[in-house]
Write a protein that binds this ligand. Structure first.
Ligand SMILES: Cc1ncc(COP(=O)(O)O)c(C=O)c1O
Length: 386
């Protein structure tokens, strides 16, 4: 199993705290936004006598409400098209296990969410990367590039929309292009849409489930983690109109018995979160993104792709090895006792030796902290030697 490129630096950060340093965490997608009160209240006032298992696919009542949530996003699914999982992470594992056998292949535009590598390894399947480029903000690579990679072992294409780590939001046209290719080669199109709500600058998120012609091919990975800032609840879902797929995924769900019961109560309540909560959160992220990008652009030799979704961006630094740089920041560098933690981007690629000079930045800190963190990065780059 590969290490998480995000979590592997934690021991260095812990040492930095012990050394008395303040560390700005630009490395991890743990939002600092408050969880909706309605979700917290639902847990503190529950009336259960026993915290029992729920149904393996999640309680019917909850899934019916999830279907209504999708309806409000112009996605038409029934509760029977949904399996509640222990986070989007488990949804990914179930999807991989359900659509692929050992040694099958999955095509993924890279850079991609690093744990796709881990889930592929755990499922015994091979990631076939197709490179998207910082020069065009990590837009969908030309379809011809996908076609070149399709082999008899290819079972699926996986996208993350909007993207972690790129922040790129695929357009309706790009989703339609993917729909054509999965139909042509009879593949699954797995779309990780856990950041669906986080679309900026007037852009609309377009779900693969809105593309009717691929209803038998489309699988959505979803999660409450980022939507309601409920990462620790560990609730996600698999959604597909392909009944054979749902039947197979349910076998995986039965093997692990049940998604967490109390967290389903919180997540069901969270569905009542008013739109004003999201409006406020999106406003906050847009402001942070604007601050971050404008501060980063002041650093000489740094290149950054402007994100229009999620809360991450990839920056290319004027250095050779960001893995070494990230450790050095924690071990050897500070500005008045303060330093930053970043995620080296090589772990977000499966192609070897790509992205070595890139880092992923998560803008989950308040504006003032972002400004300070980028200032530290700027000072560090002045003195750092590869
Ligand atoms: C793109 C993407 N997919 C899936 C996940 C998994 O999230 P969770 O298991 O908390 O739902 C994450 C978490 O950061 C993510 O960024």
């Amino acid at each position: 199993m590969p290490e998480s490129p995000i979590r592997k630096l934690v021991p260095y950060a812990e040492q930095a705290y012990k050394d008395g340093k303040t560390v700005y965490h630009l490395n991890i997608g743990q939002p600092d936004i408050k969880t909706p009160q309605i979700a917290l209240d639902a847990v503190s006032s529950h009336s259960l006598d026993i915290i029992a298992y729920s149904r393996s696919e999640g309680s019917e009542e909850y899934r019916k409400k999830i279907a209504l949530y999708y309806e409000s996003h112009d996605i038409h699914v029934k509760h029977s098209d949904i399996v509640v999982t222990t986070g989007g992470s488990e949804a990914l594992l179930f999807a991989f296990g359900s659509v692929m056998d050992a040694d099958d292949e999955i095509i993924i535009p890279e850079p991609f969410y690093a744990n796709y590598n881990g889930f592929s390894t755990a499922s015994g399947v091979n990631v076939v990367p197709v490179i998207s480029k910082i020069e065009n903000n990590f837009a969908l690579p030309p379809i011809a590039e996908f076609e070149k990679l399709i082999s008899p072992k290819t079972k699926a294409i996986l996208i993350c929309n909007p993207g972690n780590p790129t922040g790129y939001l695929y357009s309706k046209e790009e989703i339609k292009k993917l729909a054509e290719i999965v139909k042509k080669y009879d593949l699954f199109l797995i779309a990780d849409e856990v950041y669906r709500e986080f679309a900026y600058d007037g852009h609309q998120h377009y779900s693969v489930l809105q593309e009717e012609s691929i209803h038998q091919h489309a699988i959505v990975i979803d999660s409450v983690s980022k939507r309601y800032s409920m990462c620790g609840a560990r609730i996600g879902y698999l959604v597909s109109k392909n009944t054979e797929f749902i039947k197979t995924a349910l076998k995986f769900a039965q093997a692990r018995l049940s998604p967490p019961t109390l967290a389903q109560i919180a997540s069901e309540a969270a569905l009542q979160t008013p739109q004003s909560y999201f409006d406020h959160v999106i406003e906050e992220y847009v402001e942070r993104r604007n601050t971050l990008i404008s501060e980063l652009n002041k650093i000489e030799g740094l290149k950054v792709a402007k994100p229009n979704g999620a809360f991450y961006c990839i920056a290319e630094l004027p250095i050779k090895n960001s893995d070494h740089f990230a450790k050095w920041l924690l071990e050897k560098f500070d500005v008045n006792g303060e330093t930053v933690m970043v995620a080296p981007a090589a772990g977000f690629y499966s192609s070897p030796n790509v992205g070595l000079n890139q880092i992923r930045i998560a803008y989950v800190l308040k504006n003032e902290s972002l400004v300070k963190a980028v200032h530290i990065l700027k000072e560090a780059l002045k003195v750092y030697k590869d």
